[in-house]
Every structure is written in structure tokens, then in C-alpha cells.
Design a protein around this ligand. Sequence first.
Ligand code: IMP
Ligand code: MG
Length: 180
Amino acid sequence: MPLDDPNLGEIVVSQEQVKERIAELGREISDDYAGRAPLLVGVLKGAFVFMSDLARAIDLPVEFDFMAVSSYGSATKTSGVVRIVKDLDIDLAGRHVILVEDIVDSGLTLSYLRKNLKARNPASLEVCALLVRKGRQKRSPALKYVGFSIPPAFVVGYGLDAAERYRNLPYVCIWAGSES
Ligand code: IMP
Ligand code: MG
């Protein structure tokens, strides 16, 4: 076990895999947005680690903004009711926006955010998610950029937390603790 912590299980995405995949995503985004300066919108807190590495893999001028949302429900389940806790600073009108997410589970957070951002009239809006949990989305979530598709276990690391811990792990692993 990497960290000597009984709550941490099997590694789902290794540090090396994350690094390689982010380099690929960076190249793809650099090609797709050539000649433009995309605005990366990170969903706090989970996306900050991924967004930081992704941005440095993009060979274009990029701008950053962040929003924080809280979903009502327990630590490990989303209710689909989302509240904006911190809104964006930058006006999205006419901007090429890439929404950066840590993980798409039910897709409810994402579908709320997509609708909300779309209403601000960006020139384009795409989503880049590090992880997508297989078979959990109710509707097809139209994800343009996805790092990895993962099996249905709760995971931590690389920005993802369990009760605010483990975000700094340089890999993604199964969390074997009990749900709060
Ligand atoms: P959704 O609305 O069901 O798609 O939930 C997405 C949000 O739930 C993510 O942005 C995460 O903050 C959180 N989440 C879902 N699954 C996990 C997980 O396995 N580990 C940590 N956070 C998770
Ligand atoms: Mg979260």
C-alpha cells in the first residue's frame, strides 16, 4: 500500500497513467483550440489538481476561473440539487469555455453547471473530466474530453477527497473507508 493508511485500497489510475493521459488531453485541446485562448473553468475543490496539470499541458494562452458548488446530500452521494457557493469572476460572453471536473458520477452536477454556464452566452462550452464512473449517468452527458472511465467504487486522490483528505495523493485509488 502506498500510504500506510488502512482506508486506502487498490490504485485505479497510477501517477504514470495520469501523466501520460494529461499530456494527450493537452495536445488534443491545443489542436482543437488553436488560435484561441480558452477559458478553463475549474469546479472547486476537486478539479484544482487536474486543472493545474492540464493547463501546463496546453500549448496555448489560457485563462483561469473557478467556481465552487455544494451539492446537498452525504459526502459520497449527490442529490442533484446544486448551490453555487463561489461564482466566476470572468464574464463568459463570447469566450471558449472548458469546464474542468474531477469526476462525473450521476452527471447531475455537470448537467446543472452546463445549463448555468450556457445561459451566460459563451462562444463555446465543452467539458473536460479526469474521471467518469461507468454506467452511472442518467442521460448521455456529452463529454468532449475524458481522462479515464472507472468502475463504480468510491475513489480518492489527485484532487478527489473523502472528508477533505487525500486530495494530494498523486494517483487515484479506491477508498475503503466507511461512508459518512
Ligand atoms: P455527480 O453530480 O453525481 O456527477 O457528482 C459529481 C461530484 O461528486 C464530483 O464533482 C465529486 O465532487 C463528487 N464525487 C463523486 N464520486 C466521487 C468519488 O468517487 N470520490 C470523490 N468525490 C466524488
Ligand atoms: Mg467533491
